[in-house]
Write a protein that binds this ligand. Structure first.
Ligand code: FES
Length: 247
């Protein structure tokens, strides 16, 4: 299936950031829109409603994911999730795995008032409850908090990962090495900022120690990745991001 992958990456990022401050390493379990709270395994993912016109309207719905959808099923390890808004300003965050046989369900249809599974016709309500089989159980709901204004903070259990930073020998302008695990069919990028108050910028990297730093994204294969970046400043913060798509 050809997926319309409207890319809306605004530093929608998972994984830990790693900073280099005066030659010392400092690990941060926090990044612009995604946090990995200390002691917790799941990521906390923040969505700005103002980024999604559909979520500012009654019965609006969006579907977000980090790997493509193949023929009815995810191409990678993860199902996308849906965010629905009902007619009373309530939100629902639902996993897209149909509870009948695992197909990926679409967004809420606000003309038929249903989430209709394309495989065998299971019907779900806007909150994920079952309206009609063959599914007998509701779509899984992700817990979240709404700040009453513009931010949904969604608890995603399995999209988090850690990033390890190393400074390679070679003087003040030596390269930085980043090691991180990858999930298959997920696209990774690297962001950099010199100071916490600076905007993040896309960083180019090399995939070999001596190779040119001329790449800006890498497709995950399900194996650990090692990349190398040229240091342009003595201090800074690096982050490995997973691209998130509305699909
Ligand atoms: S997989 Fe959805 S109805 Fe069968």
């Amino acid at each position: 299936m050809n997926i319309p992958r409207r890319r809306f990456v605004k530093l929608l990022t998972f994984g830990t950031a790693t900073s280099l401050v005066a030659g010392k390493f400092c690990r941060h379990n926090l990044l612009a829109y995604c946090e990995l709270p200390p002691g917790q395994e799941g990521a906390v993912f923040k969505i700005r409603l103002s980024d999604f016109p559909a979520l500012q309207e009654d019965y609006g719905s969006v579907r977000l994911g980090i790997n493509p959808i193949g023929s009815d099923f995810p191409d990678g390890l993860f199902y996308p999730f849906i965010i629905n808004r009902d007619g009373f300003g309530n939100f629902y965050v639902l996993d897209c795995e149909c509870r009948h046989a695992g197909c990926v369900v679409p967004t809420y249809d606000n003309t038929e008032f249903v989430i209709l599974c394309p495989c065998h016709g299971s019907r779900y309500d806007i909150d994920g409850s079952v309206l009609g089989g063959p599914a007998t159980e509701p779509l899984h709901q992700y817990p979240f908090e709404f700040d009453g204004n513009d931010t949904l903070t969604i608890h995603v259990p399995c999209w988090a990962f850690n990033t390890q930073l190393s400074i390679l020998p070679g003087g003040p302008n030596s390269r930085v090495q980043l090691d991180f695990p990858t999930f298959p069919q997920v696209t990774y990028e690297v962001r950099f900022r010199e100071r916490p108050q600076d905007p993040w910028t896309l960083a180019s990297f090399a995939t070999t120690l001596g190779g040119p730093a001329d790449q800006t994204s890498r497709l995950g294969l399900g194996t650990p990745a090692t990349i190398y970046l040229d240091r342009t400043t003595p201090t800074g913060l690096y982050a490995v991001s997973m691209d998130l798509f509305e699909m």
